[in-house]
Ligand binder design. Structure first.
Ligand code: SF4
Ligand code: SF4
Length: 164
């Protein structure tokens, strides 16, 4: 949570619940495996949460001056937006991470329109499930932006690399 932002996280815990991979006090949170301190509406050990990743983590929705509308709070819109996670030909690349398997159409359409309007290429992820019910190790990576950006992204995905 940003101390300067008028927006408050609670009851969102999307970044604590494993949709972005984080290690907290030796525990690896990943899709399907939330941080053990997440209550689903807050943190059970908030005063003792570590600096990294907890105190430093800020999604785009909670940042001061965020362009994301109120309804895009990650637990509601089912997407976390991490602004400017990379650079493509001098343009900032935003990353959208689903809170769940896929970003719902309303939120994804909003993000694509924003990417187009602002000239900010977008990378968005999907969390696929394996036959054993676990989420795949690496999320699938999709892009929205100029054709040359999509081609570069496809090449990066083939090589197993990414923008961040
Ligand atoms: S995903 Fe964003 S709004 Fe939700 S708890 Fe994390 S920083 Fe706060
Ligand atoms: S320790 Fe608390 S703030 Fe940090 S990831 Fe876990 S639930 Fe979230």
């Amino acid at each position: 949570m940003s101390p300067d932002s008028p927006r408050q996280c609670q009851p969102c815990t999307a970044c604590c619940d494993g949709w972005v991979r984080i290690t907290v006090k030796g525990f690896e949170a990943r899709p399907g495996h939330p941080c053990p301190f997440s209550t689903g509406s807050g943190c059970a050990d908030y005063p003792n949460r570590p600096e990294i990743p907890c105190r430093r983590f800020q999604c785009g929705w909670v940042q001061q001056g965020s362009p994301l509308p109120e309804w895009m709070r990650p637990d509601r819109a089912r997407v976390m937006v991490l602004p400017a996670q990379g650079d493509w030909q001098g343009l900032p690349v935003d990353l959208a991470v689903p809170v769940g398997r896929r970003i719902p159409p309303r939120a994804l359409n909003w993000l694509k329109a924003f990417a187009e309007r602002e000239g900010r290429p977008l990378v968005y992820l999907e969390h696929d499930k394996r036959a054993n019910g676990e989420f795949a190790e690496r999320p699938e990576m999709m892009g929205y932006g100029p054709p040359a950006f999509q081609e570069d992204l496809a090449r990066m995905a083939e090589r197993g690399s990414s923008f961040w």
